[in-house]
Design a protein around this ligand. Structure first.
Ligand SMILES: [Zn+2]
Length: 153
Protein backbone atom coordinates (compact mmCIF):
# COMPACT_ATOMS: atom_id res chain seq x y z
CA UNK A 1 0.00 0.00 0.00
CA UNK A 2 1.49 3.32 -0.98
CA UNK A 3 1.53 6.39 1.20
CA UNK A 4 -1.49 8.07 -0.44
CA UNK A 5 -3.64 4.94 -0.05
CA UNK A 6 -2.57 4.65 3.56
CA UNK A 7 -3.58 8.23 4.14
CA UNK A 8 -7.09 7.86 2.74
CA UNK A 9 -8.00 4.23 3.41
CA UNK A 10 -9.13 3.78 6.94
CA UNK A 11 -8.44 0.32 8.38
CA UNK A 12 -11.39 -2.04 8.04
CA UNK A 13 -12.82 -4.21 10.80
CA UNK A 14 -15.28 -7.11 10.75
CA UNK A 15 -18.82 -5.74 10.75
CA UNK A 16 -20.03 -5.79 14.38
CA UNK A 17 -23.67 -6.31 13.28
CA UNK A 18 -23.31 -9.40 11.03
CA UNK A 19 -19.86 -10.44 12.37
CA UNK A 20 -18.37 -10.28 8.87
CA UNK A 21 -20.89 -12.50 7.05
CA UNK A 22 -22.56 -9.68 5.10
CA UNK A 23 -25.95 -11.11 6.09
CA UNK A 24 -27.80 -10.82 9.36
CA UNK A 25 -29.21 -14.12 10.66
CA UNK A 26 -31.44 -14.96 13.64
CA UNK A 27 -28.41 -15.33 15.95
CA UNK A 28 -27.32 -11.77 15.10
CA UNK A 29 -30.88 -10.49 15.52
CA UNK A 30 -31.14 -12.13 18.96
CA UNK A 31 -27.72 -10.82 20.02
CA UNK A 32 -28.80 -7.30 19.03
CA UNK A 33 -32.26 -7.75 20.66
CA UNK A 34 -34.26 -6.85 17.53
CA UNK A 35 -36.32 -10.06 17.33
CA UNK A 36 -39.63 -8.26 16.85
CA UNK A 37 -38.35 -5.64 14.40
CA UNK A 38 -35.84 -7.28 12.05
CA UNK A 39 -35.82 -10.25 9.69
CA UNK A 40 -32.75 -12.11 8.41
CA UNK A 41 -31.27 -10.65 5.22
CA UNK A 42 -28.61 -8.37 3.82
CA UNK A 43 -26.73 -6.46 6.52
CA UNK A 44 -27.57 -2.75 6.29
CA UNK A 45 -24.71 -1.81 8.58
CA UNK A 46 -21.95 -2.91 6.17
CA UNK A 47 -24.21 -3.01 3.06
CA UNK A 48 -23.49 -6.72 2.69
CA UNK A 49 -19.70 -6.28 2.54
CA UNK A 50 -18.90 -7.81 5.95
CA UNK A 51 -16.37 -5.03 6.73
CA UNK A 52 -16.73 -1.46 7.93
CA UNK A 53 -14.18 1.33 8.56
CA UNK A 54 -12.78 1.02 12.08
CA UNK A 55 -14.30 4.34 13.14
CA UNK A 56 -17.80 3.47 11.84
CA UNK A 57 -19.15 2.14 15.19
CA UNK A 58 -18.34 5.57 16.68
CA UNK A 59 -20.71 7.15 14.18
CA UNK A 60 -23.62 4.76 14.60
CA UNK A 61 -24.30 1.85 16.93
CA UNK A 62 -24.51 -1.65 15.34
CA UNK A 63 -27.97 -2.15 16.91
CA UNK A 64 -29.39 1.14 15.57
CA UNK A 65 -33.00 0.16 14.88
CA UNK A 66 -33.44 2.62 11.99
CA UNK A 67 -30.54 1.37 9.85
CA UNK A 68 -32.22 -1.50 7.99
CA UNK A 69 -31.94 -3.11 4.57
CA UNK A 70 -35.33 -1.84 3.37
CA UNK A 71 -33.74 1.61 3.05
CA UNK A 72 -31.91 2.68 -0.12
CA UNK A 73 -28.15 3.26 0.13
CA UNK A 74 -28.85 7.00 0.02
CA UNK A 75 -31.29 6.71 2.94
CA UNK A 76 -28.80 4.60 4.91
CA UNK A 77 -26.16 7.33 4.49
CA UNK A 78 -28.68 9.86 5.80
CA UNK A 79 -29.38 7.69 8.86
CA UNK A 80 -25.64 7.38 9.56
CA UNK A 81 -25.24 11.16 9.33
CA UNK A 82 -28.32 11.65 11.61
CA UNK A 83 -30.30 13.53 8.94
CA UNK A 84 -33.19 15.05 10.93
CA UNK A 85 -35.82 14.54 8.22
CA UNK A 86 -35.30 10.80 7.70
CA UNK A 87 -34.82 10.15 11.43
CA UNK A 88 -38.20 11.76 12.07
CA UNK A 89 -39.92 9.55 9.47
CA UNK A 90 -38.25 6.41 10.84
CA UNK A 91 -39.11 7.40 14.40
CA UNK A 92 -42.81 7.55 13.47
CA UNK A 93 -42.59 4.10 11.82
CA UNK A 94 -40.79 2.69 14.84
CA UNK A 95 -43.38 4.15 17.22
CA UNK A 96 -46.15 2.56 15.11
CA UNK A 97 -44.38 -0.80 15.35
CA UNK A 98 -44.06 -0.40 19.14
CA UNK A 99 -47.77 0.51 19.38
CA UNK A 100 -48.71 -2.58 17.35
CA UNK A 101 -46.62 -4.82 19.64
CA UNK A 102 -48.24 -3.32 22.77
CA UNK A 103 -51.74 -3.69 21.29
CA UNK A 104 -51.21 -7.34 20.33
CA UNK A 105 -49.85 -8.15 23.80
CA UNK A 106 -52.79 -6.40 25.42
CA UNK A 107 -55.40 -8.17 23.28
CA UNK A 108 -53.83 -11.58 23.96
CA UNK A 109 -52.68 -11.43 27.59
CA UNK A 110 -55.19 -8.99 29.08
CA UNK A 111 -58.12 -9.09 26.63
CA UNK A 112 -57.82 -12.91 26.46
CA UNK A 113 -58.52 -12.97 22.71
CA UNK A 114 -57.48 -16.06 20.75
CA UNK A 115 -54.67 -15.48 18.22
CA UNK A 116 -57.12 -16.04 15.34
CA UNK A 117 -59.41 -13.31 16.69
CA UNK A 118 -56.49 -10.89 16.95
CA UNK A 119 -55.54 -11.69 13.34
CA UNK A 120 -59.17 -11.08 12.28
CA UNK A 121 -59.16 -7.77 14.16
CA UNK A 122 -56.07 -6.50 12.33
CA UNK A 123 -57.49 -7.78 9.02
CA UNK A 124 -60.50 -5.44 9.19
CA UNK A 125 -60.24 -3.25 6.06
CA UNK A 126 -59.01 0.25 6.92
CA UNK A 127 -60.23 3.20 4.88
CA UNK A 128 -62.27 0.58 2.96
CA UNK A 129 -59.11 -0.95 1.54
CA UNK A 130 -59.20 -4.74 1.56
CA UNK A 131 -56.25 -6.52 3.13
CA UNK A 132 -54.64 -8.72 0.45
CA UNK A 133 -53.34 -12.25 1.05
CA UNK A 134 -49.71 -11.15 1.33
CA UNK A 135 -50.59 -8.52 3.95
CA UNK A 136 -52.70 -11.03 5.87
CA UNK A 137 -49.76 -13.45 5.89
CA UNK A 138 -47.46 -10.73 7.25
CA UNK A 139 -49.99 -9.72 9.92
CA UNK A 140 -50.44 -13.37 10.96
CA UNK A 141 -46.69 -14.01 11.21
CA UNK A 142 -46.06 -10.79 13.16
CA UNK A 143 -48.81 -11.48 15.67
CA UNK A 144 -47.67 -15.07 16.24
CA UNK A 145 -44.05 -13.94 16.65
CA UNK A 146 -44.93 -11.19 19.15
CA UNK A 147 -46.95 -13.59 21.33
CA UNK A 148 -44.39 -16.42 21.13
CA UNK A 149 -41.58 -14.02 22.01
CA UNK A 150 -43.47 -12.75 25.08
CA UNK A 151 -44.26 -16.30 26.23
CA UNK A 152 -40.57 -17.29 26.01
CA UNK A 153 -39.47 -14.41 28.22
ZN1 LIG B 1 -22.66 -6.33 8.39
Amino acid sequence: MNFINKLFNKPLINCPRCLGKGNVDWDDIKRLKQELKWLPGECAYCNGKGKVPSDFPNKISPDNVYLTSDLTLEERKKVVSSDAEIIKILQVRNNQADDFIRQVLYLYFIGNLEIDKIIEFYSIPRYNEEINLEQKKEITESIRKIIEFEKEK
